[in-house]
Design a protein around this ligand. Structure first.
Ligand code: PLP
Length: 430
């Protein structure tokens, strides 16, 4: 029976793990039902603990850009593990990794490895604050930068009010230093910068939003942020945890031709091992300890296994940029197939896409920010999601997530996905 073993494991998990999961998005809260427990994966095929196969559009939420159990990554991890899993002292692979990132993203003069995207973003704003001597940051509604206190902040009641905590445990004191602007709306940023003159240390932004579904930056938005940061001596931070090494070899900075002061990475940089990183211009990065006074550290940072895995994956992407062309083609092919299906069934839909990130919004409205993303028909997505799951297509279990394509997807898999979408939307509409 479908999900029998997953259901059994989920019951067990809920006894000793909060909500049965180690990260909330896995719990299927947005779509209901039992999360699928996985056993193994190869390329774009996942196998669950009941032995059922799925075509994967989650890719571990991004890292698996060339598919699961990618041979060079597995080999690098196995060989490295035999030499020890950690030294807590410098290793050659850390130097090679920093040099490789510099080749792929020329604007990154220096980089520091951490263990998650959350850590990268927390550290980046500390660095920006230390560099500027200012306290406040601007973030955008609907953008996610991990679970650091400063980011778990929602917009206040008016455009110019301060943010308020979006989670118990985050203090009002922290919230007062996070200002929330509207994505793709430079005017809202200008207002905040003018109201809080000489107080804003950094603007942090997902250059392509992925955490309210995929939303591309409007033309001029990212350049506009660059100009505003220059005019206000504010540090511009692109959170490229999702977009880094995905939307182009050099991430969104390359794709949109904007150079930031700081950038954060996660996901692909560790090839599925726990890695994050922050980097940027020398002048800013030189405030980081032990060169400068801004403290930042980690027992397992630059861990050899994680570095070996990330280095193997990034090297392949650096050496064969054709991966990006192929990903672009595959995503366009999927986009066209899905659009045709939804049009056939007369479903109001907007499908947003940048590179190999794509999201389906069941709405008449063009989706450009948090408000418009919220117009998506959540019930229809929930039903569509479960119909797709039954047909062996594993989508992110929420209408507000980006799907991530891997270059291990074949045309046949995408054809199967589109055929499943046809049957699934028909069933969901009933
Ligand atoms: N920033 C962005 C854009 C993300 O998508 C995420 C996670 O999904 C994070 C930061 C946090 O990364 P992590 O989950 O590795 O802490």
């Amino acid at each position: 029976m479908m999900l029998e073993n997953s259901k059994y494991l989920f019951d067990r998990a809920q006894k000793f793990i909060p909500g049965g999961v180690n990260s909330p998005a896995r719990a299927f809260k947005s779509v209901g039902g039992t999360p699928v427990f996985f056993d193994k994966a190869k390329g774009s095929i996942l196998t669950d603990v009941d032995g059922k196969d799925y075509i994967d559009y989650v890719g571990s939420w991004g890292p698996m850009i060339l598919g699961h159990a990618y041979e060079p990554v597995i080999k690098a991890v196995q060989e490295t593990a035999a030499h020890s899993t950690s030294f807590g002292a410098p290793t050659e692979i850390e130097v090679e990794m920093a040099e490789l990132v510099k080749r792929m993203v020329p604007g990154v003069d220096k980089i520091r490895m951490v263990n998650s995207g959350t850590e990268a973003c927390m550290s980046a704003i500390r660095v920006a604050r230390g560099y500027t001597g200012r306290d406040k940051i601007i973030k955008f509604e609907g953008n996610y930068h991990g679970h650091g206190d400063s980011f778990l902040i929602k917009a206040g009641s008016g455009a110019l009010t301060l943010g308020s905590p979006s989670s118990p445990g985050v203090t009002k004191g922290t919230a007062k230093d996070t200002l929330v602007a509207d994505y793709n709306d430079l005017h809202s940023v200008k207002e905040l910068l003018n109201t809080h003159k000489d107080e804003v240390a950094a603007i942090i932004v997902e250059p392509v939003a992925g955490n309210m579904g995929c939303i591309p930056p409007a033309p001029g938005f990212l350049n506009g942020l660059r100009d505003l940061c220059d005019a206000h001596d504010t540090v511009l931070i692109f959170d490229e945890v999702m977009t880094g090494f995905r939307v182009a070899k050099g991430g969104a900075q390359e794709r949109y031709g904007v150079t930031t002061d700081l950038v954060t990475y996660g996901k692909i940089i560790g090839a599925g091992l726990p890695v994050g990183a922050f980097g940027g211009k020398k002048a800013v990065m030189d405030v980081v300890s032990p060169v400068g006074p801004v403290y930042q550290a980690g027992t397992l940072s630059g861990n050899p296994l994680a570095m070996a895995a990330g280095f193997a994956l990034l090297s392949e992407l650096q050496d064969k940029p054709v991966h990006y062309d192929q990903l672009e083609e595959k995503t366009t092919y999927l986009f066209n197939g899905l659009k045709k299906v939804f049009d056939k069934w007369d479903v109001p839909v907007h499908i947003n896409r940048v590179g190999s990130m794509i999201s389906v919004f069941f709405t008449d409205e063009e989706v450009v920010n948090y408000q418009t993303a919220n117009t998506t028909d959540k019930e229809l997505f929930r039903d569509f999601f479960h119909e797709m799951l039954q047909r062996g297509i594993y989508l992110p279990p929420s209408p507000f997530e980006s799907w991530f394509l891997a270059n291990s997807l074949t045309q046949d898999m995408i054809d199967k996905t589109v055929a499943a979408a046809d049957k699934s939307i028909e069933a969901a509409l009933e």
